[in-house]
Design a protein around this ligand. Structure first.
Ligand code: MLT
Length: 324
């Protein structure tokens, strides 16, 4: 019996046993797969959610990092995992771009997943190494246009948020730069702090504390209004580049075929986790907020995700930049 037939049979048996399964769910440790390296923004968000969801579910929720290939390696792990609710994926806007950027994946980047709920929308910041020869966005644009041959820009692979933000920046200033891919912006951060990388556009959950410690230069935040955690950082519009706006939504997924009562139980636990005072306070320190409760549901997540896939498809097709 081939793997697909086995999976279909398993899904059927899970469906038949759905209500009974949900009553006992969860009865052991759960795993959240993070498709980027440890120490980065998606890892940081996932560990906070895992800890708080675990308390609500009465089971340990561990985080496992499977970085690389713009997040598709970790996503494939969950796409092919047993649909029983014990293996989950916490991913981001990459779930909306991957279906258009990658044409030869070993899994269905949409059909293989059950949305559980949205988690947060994280602003991004354009940062540079501490001794980068500019202090404002306009000065940085001048340097980028003048020295782009000798500058490098870090990202977490094609389809990653740092890749998309980089495309947006390079298009807005009409100056393509050499990009250096990493398994996540966690390791990229070490290189920019060491002065071996010049520039990166990354999520505030990874940059805020380095910026407030004076370890990085920062030119703008990519949201409409300033964020409380970085009150002195201008928005891209204030800094004269209104088109440079993006934020990174994150969502939780289960493998396709996970029984609906189990998905509901996970979504309920996620909603409780997003109201947790400690999590909310830590998110605020890192420049973000949980989504509103009504968005942390499978239905709202699915609608948002499908709309975002439809938004990015023509942009990616127009750019003609595919990952494979
Ligand atoms: C990470 O956690 O490393 C990031 O989310 C990567 C990215 O998408 O830029």
């Amino acid at each position: 019996m081939n793997r697909l037939a086995r999976r279909a049979l398993l899904a059927l048996s899970m469906l038949a046993a759905g209500p009974a399964v949900a009553q006992q769910f969860p009865s052991r440790t759960l795993t959240i797969i993070v498709p980027f390296a440890a120490g980065g923004p998606t890892d940081t968000v996932s560990r906070l959610v895992a800890e708080t969801m675990g308390r609500e579910l009465g089971q340990t929720v561990v985080v496992e990092n499977a970085g690389g290939a713009g997040g598709t390696i970790g996503s494939q792990r969950v796409a092919q995992a047993r649909p029983d609710g014990y293996t989950l994926l916490l991913h981001h806007i990459g779930m909306a771009t991957t279906p258009s950027l990658y044409r030869r994946l070993g899994y269905d980047p949409v059909g293989a997943f059950e949305p559980v709920g949205l988690v947060t929308e994280v602003p991004m910041t354009l940062v540079a190494k501490k001794d980068f020869p500019a202090t404002t966005l306009q000065e940085a644009i001048t340097v980028i246009r003048r020295d782009r041959e000798n500058l490098n820009y870090a990202n977490a692979g094609i389809g990653a948020a740092s890749h998309l933000c980089g495309l947006l920046l390079m298009k807005a200033v009409d100056a393509p730069m050499t990009t250096v891919p990493f398994r996540g912006t966690g390791p990229a951060m070490q290189e920019i702090l060491a002065g071996r990388i010049d520039l990166m556009c990354d999520q505030t959950t990874n940059t805020t504390e380095q910026i407030n410690a004076g370890a990085l230069r920062v030119f703008s935040v990519t949201t409409e209004s300033r964020i409380p955690a970085l009150p002195n950082v201008p928005t891209s519009a204030e800094a004269g580049l209104p088109a440079f706006q993006v934020s990174v939504w994150h969502g939780l997924y289960a493998p396709k075929g996970t029984p609906a009562p189990v998905v509901q139980r996970l979504s309920q636990a996620l909603q409780v986790a997003l109201r947790d005072e400690k999590l909310v306070a830590r998110f605020a320190e890192l420049g973000t907020t949980p989504v509103a409760q009504e968005r942390a549901t499978p239905e709202a997540h699915r609608a948002f995700w499908q709309a975002d896939i439809a938004k990015w498809r023509p942009i990616i097709q127009a750019a003609g930049q595919y990952a494979d």
